[in-house]
Design a protein around this ligand. Sequence first.
Ligand code: AGP
Length: 610
Amino acid sequence: MCGIIGYIGDTNVLPILINGLHRLEYRGYDSAGVALLNENRLYLQRAAGKITALEQKLPADAPLSTIGIGHTRWATHGVPNEANAHPHCDCHQRLAVVHNGIIENHGVLRQELIDKGHIFQSQTDTEVLSHLFEEYLASGMPLSEAVRQGLLRVQGTFGLAVIDEETPDYLMVARNGSPLIIGHGQGACFVASDTAALVGLTDKVTFLDDGELAILSRNGVAVKTIDNRSVDTRVEIIDQNLKRIEKAGYPHYMLKEIMEQPQTVEDTMRGRLLEEECTVKLGGIGNDIDSLLYARRIILTGCGTSWHAALIGEYLFEELVGIPVEVEYASEFRYRNPIISEDSVVIAVSQSGETADTLAAVREARRKRCKVYGICNVVGSSIARETDAGVYLHAGAEIGVASTKAFTSQVTVLALITLLLGRMRSISSARGGELLRELQQIPQKIERILQQHEQIRALAEAYQDARNILYLGRGYQFPVALEGALKMKEIAYIHAEGYPAAEIKHGPLALIDKDMPVIVIATHDSIYDKILNNIQEVRARNGRVIAIATEGDQEIKKYAEHVIYIPDVLEPFAPLLTIIPLQLLAYDMAILRNCDVDQPRNLAKSVTVE
Ligand code: AGP
């Protein structure tokens, strides 16, 4: 997703912009640019490709300035090249705009502006904004009013920042559907698409809401709505834990985030386990637990990895709490007119808390007047702020595009909610204690699996030329099979499919031959014998099986060519362990195949557009 950084203050802006853009790289992008004001002249520099390409184009004597904006572009309209890179200017290169989102009515506006004589330089929807603001500036309006009037004509989503060479004392920002955060400094203001770009600059922030714009000056911030109503400036304090967004010596964020899962799962549980009562305490959702406890139906919704975590939540809630659950892709839920009533509860699962489809699903559910909760990682994110209550993951910033620690923390939160609700229904204190103690052991069990990384790397070397891989699991392990396949697809670019193991008889068995590696999650659980049968069905057709199995299982060696062992664990919590080797396998395959692990092609960390 596009990234925005902006600054006005008393310090040279260019290093602030470049460093901020590097902090936003993880969002995924294909071009970058900056614009700044120097002696009331607009200076613009853009480049296709990585930020380093932009840095190489910046002259050593780049103008000094104390106001500017920067952008990393993830192409929606127009190919990734310099002409389509942001910032975009008006006809006279007086103002510059950076934008994240989609201007739905850009075609109509573009034609209207062309008919008025505007000359467009790019294929982007964004450039419409710069010419629209130019129109209103030309009528004599100040920048703040010109931007506000222009935005009243816009349909669609935006997070944007605007500077104007004739307005050196402030810059404009506005938000509708794409996150934008204002940072408050000493005699300075910042704006960024997410808090990662503000770490080390300020911990005082204002999360703009949809329909709001703000004037950022050296004297502070003034917020109002696009329809011209004043708004109090809400200042919050964010986690300034710089080390959490650095690589800490690892070659990639993804590996760091895989390796820190013992700690992040621990952090997710910290302060939430009540050992004496063999239950859990949760703020947010916990303060409104009866809505969940007496829900006629729970709908879990999300996208990608979060949807996989939600699937595990379905198995947990239905087995251990006894409440009917449905899991919906947010992109489907938002458009299919779901039948939900006031005694339904919707839980949105989202690491970023900004995924457009999931946010839209939240809004659709609220329109249907049922309770809506959020399970998010990013504090103050849109979904966190637009749901009735929620539970934060406390997993720290997840920078790698491929979600890893967020997944295990999402499943941990779902397990905590399960234990809380279950202990209010049919789970005894003895069973509750058993589940709670198992959760407490998960971090150290993850650690034991991580210590097998060398063995998993050897496996990756053996299969690095695979062109297709099948992942099979049953019960709680079926969503893990899906998640393992997604990891392999998105960072090693290998076609991989997750399937319920029993389903292979109904078609996929035709794919099996010696060139189709089959990864089977075959841990000791209630359906172990059934999964062994599935493995034998694969072996009978010369399939090559890699098994994820429980430590001590010698039987599995008769059927699997390779076995990765995980510690024994209670079945409901096994996904927290079985996903670990699959994360590492995808990571190692991607490295061997020279893929860009942290910023895989075509993908973004937070998909804030449809
Ligand atoms: C997972 O590795 C991907 N990065 C992607 O599927 C992601 O899970 C999905 O876009 C949802 O993101 P969210 O959790 O931030 O809503």
